[in-house]
Design a protein around this ligand. Structure first.
Ligand SMILES: [Zn+2]
Ligand SMILES: [Zn+2]
Length: 344
């Protein structure tokens, strides 16, 4: 038996109880969980906004140590430190063309469609495991799946190159990671937020400038600093319709806006050219949405992190599995960049 946080029904606390340790198929791996992030999506599952079958152990952002492998698994063995990703069935059309981040079966992965990692052990197909770089703490591993993978993917998709200017809206968990990764690539980065502490952190992490998006005219400020044109790329990571509008306004003609934040409200965009405040068609802006990360992103990211020194752990709040409901409360309050659940 093992301890696990079991989700029985929406709007009720998670019940921490003893359940059987999962049994392995030939291509499965049993991982002893080191820590697992609470995702914004988990909050929505708990509130009944995203439907899942119950009872279920949630948790899809873990890292841990291999405890046991199935009879056909030769790529991992007991003791390997691993990151568990929930992306890609490997069989569907999207997985076959390398877009496993939008896999047809993304809703059937562990912690989403079957038992996940708010537990002592989790069973996953071996193909969803990645080795954790030497020396990287398990906690950092769960941050990778929680957010860094998505940020890395967003930056790759944006097409940003060395010498570009980027604007990040939202200096939270996603934004501060994006800032560090963009700086590594030689990109000049402006960061917009409304909380002074977050702006201060962005300055420490290398933002060219970080300023309040409420009290200042963001478009004018960015134009002033980019020869009147606007930024090459903007990343919307605050999850607000207003910041998406600001992102569209502050990029140059031919620029790109990447929507990474989860905007829950409807967004209305004025598309007509030459109307003040509208998204001028004549500026040929690319607006792209982002979902998770691909296998290739995780492979490249792990490679990068094995030699780059980035701070992805500051701002983490940890709770023991027995205190998981407190962890969800902290996550709901949103004051910490991320919340990790650690088996007792
Ligand atoms: Zn998630
Ligand atoms: Zn698939």
């Amino acid at each position: 038996m093992m301890r696990a946080g079991v989700f029985h029904q929406p709007n009720r606390p998670i019940s921490v109880e003893d359940v059987p340790v999962p049994s392995l198929g030939p291509r499965d791996v049993l991982v002893r969980i080191g820590s697992c992030g609470i995702c914004g999506g988990d909050i929505q599952r708990m509130a009944g906004l995203i439907k899942v079958k119950t009872p279920q152990i949630l948790g899809h952002e873990p890292a841990g140590v291999v405890a046991e492998v199935g009879s056909e698994v030769d790529s991992f063995r007991a003791g390997n430190r691993v990151v568990l990703t929930a992306v890609g069935c490997g069989e569907c059309y999207y997985c076959k063309i390398g877009l496993d981040n939008i896999c047809d079966h993304i809703a059937s992965g562990f912690g989403v469609g079957c038992d996940g990692a708010f537990a002592e052990y989790c069973r996953v197909p071996a193909r969803q495991l990645f080795p954790l770089p030497e020396g990287m703490p398990l906690e950092a591993g769960s941050v990778l799946t929680a957010s860094t993978g998505t940020v890395f993917h967003a930056i790759r998709k944006s097409g940003v190159v060395s010498g570009d200017t980027a604007v990040i809206f939202g200096a939270g968990c996603l934004g501060t990671q994006a800032l560090q990764l963009l700086r590594l690539q030689g990109v000049r980065v402006f960061v917009i937020d409304i909380a002074e502490e977050k702006l201060e952190l962005a300055r420490k992490l290398g933002a060219a400038e970080a300023f309040d998006g409420k009290s200042r005219d963001v478009t004018a400020e960015i134009r002033n600093r980019t020869g009147g044109r606007g930024a090459d790329v903007a990343f919307e990571m605050a999850g607000q319709p207003r910041t998406l509008g600001q992102a569209l306004d502050c990029v140059r003609g031919g620029g790109t806006v990447v929507d990474v934040g989860s905007i829950m409200e409807p967004v209305s965009l004025k598309m007509m050219p030459f109307i003040d405040g509208g998204l001028s068609l004549s500026r040929e802006i690319t607006l792209m949405t982002i979902s998770h990360y691909c296998r290739r992103d995780m492979t490249k990211l792990l490679d990068l992190l094995s030699h780059a020194d980035l701070d992805f752990v500051s701002g983490t709040y940890k709770v023991a599995l027995s205190e998981i409901n407190h962890g969800f409360e902290v996550k709901r309050q949103g004051r910490h960049a991320r919340v990790l659940v650690v088996p007792d």
